[in-house]
Design a binder for this molecule. Structure first.
Ligand SMILES: C[S@@+](CC[C@H](N)C(=O)[O-])C[C@H]1O[C@@H](n2cnc3c(N)ncnc32)[C@H](O)[C@@H]1O
Length: 273
């Protein structure tokens, strides 16, 4: 690909992303995924290149919606940010169980991608459950606006590489090789059934329930504009019980807010006041 073409595509993204209330800084690293989809779209529309696509967008405002969908960065992995999961298991889950008299904990994974994050949570809960003295009741809601990611989540099939960070004992207990897809694994039924997946575009609506823990990693606080981040932070605070936790990605920061205090900032964990 000639260098000038790449520059044009980058310039296009730097121009288009703020229109969609995204931050270029968040997309700089994974921009290849978006550019690949735009090239495919340009071929579908039989356009010459990115400059034509810019003109097309100006003349067809409905295309902005399609471009927005092409901006979904669908990268995730099981137990992403290993230290976070240790802290969850040893500190947050025991504290939450102690605080909730009925042992009923509600967790929401926002932008769950292919299910790696909520299933990691379910696997962790299984570990805690095995050693708990009392029965524990943890429900996990996982949502995304990308229908392909949701469908992959529901299938629960993953290439071996996606399981690299899954501890070997957990892999042995809760995954089995898929006989129909070489080098792929299926998550077992009892873990799968603990996660409820739903379609939800968080720009349009939020759930009505209250949660003890919300995982919002590598979405709002990486890709959304600062203004959208601030708006979202106020809204998400209303969905957490006092003392509940909001977890961000390891490299993300919460905008200045009166609703949260850091619990462990280096792990991206904040506590609702
Ligand atoms: C980079 S993945 C993050 C996955 C996981 N949370 C993690 O940290 O590994 C971002 C996900 O957010 C989803 N997403 C993007 N915009 C969204 C929106 N407005 N509403 C819901 N999901 C969205 C994308 O489809 C994608 O699956």
């Amino acid at each position: 690909m000639p260098e000038s073409k790449t520059n044009d595509e980058v310039e296009f993204l730097q121009w288009a992303l703020p229109h969609l209330k995204y931050r270029w800084a968040g997309f700089r690293k994974p921009r290849g995924q978006v550019i690949k989809r735009i090239r495919q779209r340009i071929r579908e529309l039989s356009l010459e290149g990115i400059r034509d696509y810019k003109t097309y967008l100006r003349n067809h405002p409905e295309e902005w919606h399609i471009l927005d969908q092409m901006c979904d960065i669908t990268i995730s992995r099981f137990f992403r940010d290993r230290e976070l999961w240790k802290y969850l298991k040893n500190n947050l889950l025991p504290e939450m169980l102690k605080a909730r008299q009925d042992n009923q904990i509600r967790i929401w994974s926002v932008g769950c991608c292919n299910g790696e994050e909520p299933y990691s949570m379910a696997l962790l809960v299984e570990e805690v459950r095995e050693t708990a003295s009392e029965p524990i009741n943890i429900s996990i809601l996982a949502s995304d606006r990308n229908p392909h990611a949701l469908s992959r989540s529901r299938t629960g099939r993953y290439p071996g590489g996606a399981l690299k960070e899954v501890p070997s004992g957990i892999k042995k207990k809760h995954f089995r090789p898929d006989p129909d897809h070489p080098n792929h694994y299926l998550i077992t039924g009892e873990v799968k059934d603990r996660v409820v997946f739903e379609y939800r575009d968080i720009s349009k609506s939020l759930p009505e329930d209250m949660y003890d823990l919300i995982c919002c990693r590598n979405l709002v606080y990486t890709y959304f504009s600062c203004e959208r981040q601030e708006e979202f932070t106020v809204k998400i605070a209303t969905l957490l019980h006092p003392g509940g936790f909001l977890i961000l990605g390891a490299h993300e920061n919460l905008p200045a807010t009166e609703h949260f205090v850091p619990e462990n900032q280096s792990l991206g964990i904040y506590r609702k006041k």
